[in-house]
Ligand binder design. Structure first.
Ligand SMILES: NC(=O)c1ccc[n+]([C@@H]2O[C@H](COP(=O)([O-])OP(=O)(O)OC[C@H]3O[C@@H](n4cnc5c(N)ncnc54)[C@H](OP(=O)(O)O)[C@@H]3O)[C@@H](O)[C@H]2O)c1
Length: 256
């Protein structure tokens, strides 16, 4: 039997792995049907789709740095003849890069690439999907980062993009009110970045955990729960919740 038309529908960018995957799983658990966007993680996306069964409306590839690919993603999700009939209740902009590099060693091209994926793409998807979201009086959750609030050495491009996304979150909340709510979530460390620098027993791990009042890192499920909370909270817009074990209470902490 096909799902009733009232079943809420979500799109999660970067939904095949790690934090995005946890958000997808939590949404499905809460009764959503979900579009899973991915870029390079083809096999994880296919595996997740298999696990989710009919709750997965489809896995949709897009290189979010490219406008054409973003438009194709919007078209697939909005398609009235598609599996959700063009319905969308929730857009979660989770996909992002996390590029490391000394300020003076990086180029304008590096900066533009990071801004395109971490700032332009989420705004572009909101613009493209706003008509669809308006019809359901839906909402957007942008996954920010504590980097939106603190300058971390060697992550200038990332910090700048995420700070821009926080402003965009408030500006979009204003632009799209009263029809569409737009909020943000700023995770602290909920999954360690890949690579030796953050490996088990590394100085980077030790330094970060010391900066967290709750003395531990979080989990992707902590972020997913906050996404669900914001999706359900019909009187909250233009807000940000930090899921960080209290790290934002303290003074800026150098990440390098
Ligand atoms: N992990 C943490 O502790 C933490 C802390 C603070 C903030 N965050 C934020 O939470 C979100 C998810 O974090 P994460 O650690 O799960 O990220 P991650 O492991 O670095 O994965 C990045 C995700 O973004 C997608 N992506 C990256 N570049 C893309 C591009 N050019 N086009 C399309 N998709 C692209 C990837 O898709 P494919 O794999 O399919 O290519 C992947 O799903 C991000 O917004 C991140 O900034 C995470």
């Amino acid at each position: 039997m096909s799902a009733p038309e009232t079943t809420p529908v979500a799109l999660v960018t970067g939904g095949a792995i790690r934090v995005g995957k946890a958000i997808v799983e939590a949404l499905v658990h809460a009764g959503y049907r979900v579009w899973v966007h991915y870029n390079r993680s083809v096999e994880p996306a296919e595996q997740l789709a298999g696990e989710l069964g009919s709750a997965c409306l489809g896995i949709v590839p897009a290189q979010l740095a490219e406008e054409v690919a973003r438009n194709e993603l919007v078209a697939a999700v909005s398609d009235a003849s598609g599996p959700a009939g063009g319905r969308l209740d929730l857009l979660v902009n989770s996909a992002a890069s996390f590029e490391y590099g000394g300020f003076e060693t990086r180029s304008d091209e590096d900066l533009r690439r990071v801004l395109e994926v971490n700032l332009v793409a989420p705004i572009s998807l909101v613009r493209g999907l706003a008509p669809t979201l308006r019809r359901t009086r839906g909402s957007v959750v942008n996954i920010l980062d504590l980097a939106a609030f603190f300058p971390w050495n060697n992550y200038l491009d990332h910090c700048t993009a995420k700070a821009g996304l926080w402003m965009a979150t408030r500006a979009l909340a204003s632009e799209l009110a009263p029809d569409v709510r737009v909020n943000g979530i700023s995770p602290g460390t909920v999954l360690w970045p890949t690579g030796d620098k953050f490996g088990p027993g590394s100085k980077a791990r030790e330094r970060i955990v010391k900066a967290i009042p709750l003395e531990r890192v979080g989990t992707p499920q902590d972020v997913a729960e906050a996404v669900l909370f914001l999706a359900r909270s019909n009187f909250i817009t233009g807000q940000e919740i930090s899921i960080d074990g209290g790290r934002k209470i303290y003074s800026p902490h150098e990440f390098s």
